[in-house]
Design a protein around this ligand. Structure first.
Ligand code: GLA
Length: 732
């Protein structure tokens, strides 16, 4: 009897907590093209309405309308979660372009302006809609069904709802509290470091509960309690010692008697690398006949390590101390190298096939690019410091090799002979290339087929041949070629065929491939004209599939999950879909860097998904400031091995069950890698075995947790998947 009572209390408490914020449109959003004033009515007969998701952007005709309807239950008890009890606030994401939002038939907000409005049409596509309704408003129907009806006008491009999640809540003092958690090393010891911030003008006084959770099954191992007071506009740091060899999630819940606010510490999952050598070489490496090779054999383990390579083709040589392969091979063919790495603690051995032929990039590129951190403020010094850190912090030991300068290296004017020069921020391009190559790294650069780049620097238009030759003279190994102002040429051509999109890329291809070196050809035109269908035709090694990524869940969700769903048939060795660069670590797109805004769980999701998608792995943060969490996130050899798998098959979604999605890719050894993702707002338990038939597989003989690098039971397949988090597994 007693136990039941406790269980019931727990249930009630959870239910109350869940009601403080109502997530809207989780289950269903209705949509109808067109415009009709009656569609705001709460009692509308909705038969004939289609469905939508919250990020659909599905109005494809300019100057047209559509309506969306969302039903939700509004419990009166939600009022008690607030100590202010003044209004119900709706946060409804972005809407493209102008909206009028009705609650049970009453207008509660409008953003943007229409052609018929006094100041004429203006889009508000980039504005998150926040609408407030006083608690005594007649529009609110307590303890019953409510209807939000959203009327949207699309002025140009695509339009509609475009920004989950949607919430409603009654603001209270708790809204001024924020709890953030991160991994910290202090005097060689490890801590879960919580920062509690009170941004309001009233003191926060309440209770704290620390819940220690098993990261595998979400079970609470222990809880401890204390009380806390945080002054107005101030913050408090609480450091809890953690034992990395026994990772544990810690949820810190603050409660003020009305509502709760929580922050979760997510542990480092990648185990520490052993002292013995471990080779992280790729299985197959493509090289064109005669092209120079620079390859630092990626190997972890304490230095000094001595390398030996047998069966090396003529023309290649090995620096046995630094493990750098260089030289060139004239004769096409497949050369299976036996690589051995030895140190005082032990040794490791692996084979790597050098495939001398016309194809390069047999596995997705791994490296670094300056854009997501430095934006237009990039300089030679900043590039070199990230490159140095790639070496010093050991990221090169996992295969990160390309060091790519993005936009803003170009001088304002071409030289008299039409050749291009770097600007004063890059005093010595050739020297930089030589320095990178001497460390076994590769050198990348950026340009546009247009007159100017997206950052308004000189592009390659009408100088394609000269630029390709200049790149060769600097030792360039990677070109990101960004459409940008090429739209000017496109508009003049009046050619509506796909050919108009292909032309500029075909042009640069012939000059790039004419250089006596291998230059990875990275198309950047955001996926226009379904670039994945034709990019291989211009010998693109990768092609961006979307617009620019940024460090938000919305961007990651939209680019990673929504926009890659159907692209799996197109990626293959030598030619990869590129969902854009990584958004972990210190980013900022400017001289001012900040920590990524993704949560730790979202970062695990990001890297797992990019590995499964066989995506370009270009780090976008300042590596010199990289912390231990980010390093271990980027340097998990089993996760990277999925990205670099030589079969080169990209994952596809095989299960969509509410907010749970499973993406699966076959691997060269006959096994499958999967990601079980929780895209919803609440933590979930997922039993994998219930999905085997939907996944088209039988019960696996082995299950390996790739982040933890440990084998799991094949009979107990229930996993804890936190909100926006992932379980990444290999099924044998
Ligand atoms: C575009 C690209 C970005 C970056 C910038 C540089 O926006 O998509 O990745 O290269 O240009 O200006």
């Amino acid at each position: 009897m007693r136990t039941t009572l406790i269980a019931a209390c727990l249930l009630a408490a959870t239910a109350l907590q869940a009601q403080t914020k109502i997530e809207l449109g989780q289950d269903k959003v209705l949509m109808h093209h067109g415009d009709n004033a009656e569609w705001k009515s709460p009692t509308l007969n909705e038969s004939g309405w289609g469905t939508s998701n919250l990020v659909g952007n599905e109005i494809t005709q300019r100057d047209t309308w559509a309506w969306y309807r969302i039903h939700f239950y509004l419990p009166k008890s939600i009022i008690n979660s607030s100590d202010i009890q003044k209004e119900l606030v709706f946060s409804l994401g972005k809407m493209d372009d102008v909206d009028m939002t009705y609650l049970n038939g009453e207008l509660i907000g409008k953003t943007g302006s229409l052609k018929t409005d006094p100041k004429g049409y203006s889009t508000a596509w980039d504005v998150t809609r926040i609408y407030r309704v006083p608690l005594n408003s007649k529009a609110l129907k307590w303890d019953s069904d409510n209807v939000l009806a959203i009327r949207i006008y699309n002025g140009d491009g695509n339009g509609g709802l475009c920004g989950a999640p949607f919430y409603a809540w009654v603001p209270g003092l708790i809204d001024n509290m924020d709890i953030k958690a991160k991994y910290a090393q202090i005097k060689g010891r490890e801590f879960a470091s919580f920062t509690l911030t009170n941004s309001g003008l009233k003191i926060q006084k309440g209770k704290l509960e620390y819940q220690y959770m098993d990261p595998d099954n979400g079970k609470i191992i222990k809880t401890t309690k204390s009380s806390v007071t945080i002054g107005k506009k101030s913050s408090k740091v609480i450091n809890l010692a953690v034992d990395e060899s026994n990772p544990c999630r810690i949820r810190l819940v603050y409660s003020n008697g009305h509502a709760t606010k929580a922050g979760t510490y997510v542990p480092i999952l990648t185990p520490r690398e052993p002292e013995t050598p471990l080779l992280n070489t790729v299985g197959r490496y493509g090289l064109r006949p005669g092209s120079p090779l620079y390859y630092k054999i990626p190997t972890t383990g304490v230095r000094p390590i001595r390398f030996t390579v047998t069966n090396m083709p003529e023309g290649l040589k090995l620096d046995a101390e630094n493990g750098i392969l260089s030289g060139s091979v004239k004769t096409p063919g497949e050369y299976v190298l036996n690589i051995k790495a030895e140190n005082a603690k032990g040794s490791d051995q692996k084979q790597m096939t050098i495939v001398v032929g016309q194809k390069i990039a047999l596995t997705p590129p791994m490296g670094w690019n300056s854009w997501n951190c430095w934006g237009l403020s990039v300089s030679q010094e900043k590039v070199k410091s990230s490159a140095q850190a790639i070496i010093d912090k050991g990221l090169a030991d996992y295969g990160y090799a390309y060091i790519n300068i993005d936009d803003a290296w170009e001088a304002a004017k071409r030289n008299a002979d039409g050749t291009i020069s770097p600007n004063e921020k890059f005093p010595d391009m050739k020297g930089l290339g030589e320095w990178l190559h001497s460390h076994g790294l590769k050198f990348g650069i950026y340009s546009s087929p247009g007159r100017v780049t997206c950052g308004n620097y000189l592009g390659s238009l009408n100088h394609e041949k000269q630029d390709a030759e200049t790149y060769n003279s600097w030792g360039i190994d990677y070109l990101k070629y960004d459409w940008c102002s090429y739209g000017e040429v496109y508009n003049q051509e009046h050619d509506a065929t796909v050919g108009a999109f292909i032309r500029p890329y075909l042009k640069m291809e012939q000059y790039l491939r004419a250089q006596p070196r291998d230059i990875f050809y990275s198309l950047c035109q955001y996926g226009m004209a379904d670039s994945w269908r034709w990019a291989e035709f211009v010998d693109a090694n990768s092609w961006r599939t979307t617009g620019d990524i940024t460090d938000s869940w919305r961007s990651l969700y939209d680019i990673g999950f929504v926009q890659q769903r159907k692209l799996y048939p197109y990626g293959q060795p030598g030619h990869w879909n590129d969902p854009d660069m990584l958004i972990v670590g210190k980013v900022g797109w400017s001289a001012n860097l900040r920590d990524t805004r993704l949560t730790y769980d979202e970062q695990y999701t990001h890297i797992s998904l990019w590995a499964l998608l066989a995506a370009n792995m270009l780090i976008g943060c300042d590596v010199s400031q990289m912390d231990e969490f980010t390093k271990r996130l980027l340097c998990n050899r089993e996760v990277i091995a999925v990205n670099q798998d030589i079969l080169g098959k990209q994952a596809k979604p095989v299960v969509t069950d509410g907010k749970i999605e499973i993406w699966m890719r076959p691997l060269a050894d006959g096994s499958h890698a999967i990601g079980i993702f929780n895209l919803g707002g609440e933590d979930k338990m997922v039993n994998l075995s219930s999905y085997y038939s939907a996944m088209g597989i039988s019960a696996p003989k082995g299950i390996r947790d790739l982040w933890r690098q440990k084998d799991l039971s094949t009979t107990d397949t229930s996993y804890f998947i936190p909100t926006h988090g992932v379980k990444m597994l290999k099924l044998k």
